[in-house]
Design a protein around this ligand. Structure first.
Ligand SMILES: *Cc1c(COP(=O)(O)O)cnc(C)c1O
Length: 390
């Protein structure tokens, strides 16, 4: 532990020295099953051989040049991402918050181009979009916002999974330019909306000429068992989509993708980033996409996610403190009827890494390469802890 670090985190008393697939090894050589993957980041597992090789090779060749020059891997990654997501253009930053900042700026410019002087964006209760000022203002959590007023204005908040609330705003507010929403709320407690929620948002956005902006920072890049979570819906292709977390398997990178009328909003000088899309990060992300494309890892996420939910439902059947087991792909939540942050420590003591979010929801975000045996270990380790948790 260090006294020189600002106390923004409360780390567990452990440091990991190495990782291999689903496992992490601490400085004492003790091995842990990582069912969190650096918060949905290391989807291919730790130290993935192909990604590791790409990073090493690129580090030996060229790490950074700046966007004053063309960057070959950035161009290639952009083309590949647009093709996979059926989008037209992309901007690269270094994190999820930055990807959302780009989306928010884009939406404001989009409004200005239609003569809307004070453009507003609809956001959701319980949402999480990042820790920068604009993204924490968009975030639907008082805890995230506490102490940081004055917040950035221009956000109108509604209940998640409530189409009528959005319709009501459409009737009364002519300054709306976009809806920003997570296909599944992650930090908010692994909240999966109704199957037609995104389709209905698409319809409202089309009707009102708003941008549909999906924050797929946590749900994207295979996590939910599809390349992007909105692909579970029939008709929910967004105008803007943000990605980060798993895109670089641990190398920091964020992306803001745009399609159609949203794709030509920025012009030179309106947005930028020194590090954004540098050769190292884009080479790593390109390798991640290639690995996902040629493997059945995304399918495995769907299968293993379903398996985990089924196994937990079985194992926890009749346990009074369990409110619900839910999820999509390998984004799995177990909601208890009381705060259970303490379980993170108990699981850790049993060499299992998990997370608790929104106070009462155990969140599992394991690498997408998880095997059935490893899933069984997660269920076998966690079930007795939940049963005896008081
Ligand atoms: C993690 C996350 C962010 C913020 O990403 P950072 O890389 O931490 O800035 C934004 N939105 C969602 C949905 C996230 O899960």
């Amino acid at each position: 532990m260090s006294n020189s670090l600002m106390s923004t985190y409360m780390p567990l008393p452990v440091a990991f020295e190495s990782g291999n697939g689903v496992y992490l090894k601490d400085t004492e050589g003790k091995e842990y099953l990582d069912a969190l993957a650096g918060v949905a980041v290391c989807s291919l597992g730790h130290s993935h051989p192909e990604v590791t090789e790409a990073i090493c090779d690129q580090a030996r060749t060229l790490v950074h040049t700046s966007n004053i020059y063309q960057i070959q891997h950035q161009i290639e990654l952009g083309e590949k991402l647009c093709k996979l997501a059926d989008m037209d253009k992309v901007f690269f930053g270094n994190s999820g918050a930055e990807a959302n900042e780009a989306a928010i700026k884009l939406a404001r410019l989009y409004g200005k181009k239609q003569g809307i002087e004070t453009p507003n964006i609809i956001v959701m209760n319980g949402s999480f979009h990042g820790r920068t000022l604009a993204t924490l203002s968009a975030t639907g959590s008082r805890k995230v916002q506490a102490g940081f007023s004055p917040l950035v204005s221009g956000f109108v908040r509604v209940k998640y999974n409530d189409i009528e609330a959005i319709n009501a705003i459409a009737k009364n507010n002519s300054d709306i330019v976009a809806v920003l929403v997570e296909p599944v709320q992650g930090e908010g407690g692994v909240i999966v909306p109704d199957a037609d929620y995104l389709d209905n948002i698409r319809k409202i956005c089309d009707k009102n000429n708003w941008l549909m902006m999906l924050d797929e920072i946590q749900t994207g890049t295979g996590r939910t068992g599809k390349w992007f979570a909105h692909q579970h819906s029939d008709n929910a292709k967004p105008d803007v989509m943000t990605l980060a977390k798993a895109l670089g398997n641990g190398v920091p990178i964020g992306a803001c993708l745009a399609a159609g009328k949203a794709s030509d909003i920025f012009s030179p000088g309106t947005h930028g980033s020194t590090f954004g899309g540098n050769p190292l990060a884009t080479r790593a992300a390109l390798t991640v996409l290639n690995v996902l494309e040629k493997s059945d890892i995304i399918e495995n996420a769907a299968t293993m996610g379903g398996y985990l939910i089924e196994q937990f439902n079985d194992a926890l059947n009749g346990v009074e403190s369990v409110v619900e087991v839910r999820g999509l792909g390998l984004m799995v939540g177990i909601e208890l009827n009381k705060d259970c942050g303490e379980l993170v420590k108990q699981a850790f003591e049993n060499q299992l890494l998990i997370n608790v979010t929104a106070g009462k929801t155990i969140r599992l975000l394991p690498p997408l390469i998880l095997t059935k045996e490893q899933a069984d270990t997660i269920v076998g380790t966690l079930t007795p802890l939940i049963k005896t948790f008081v």
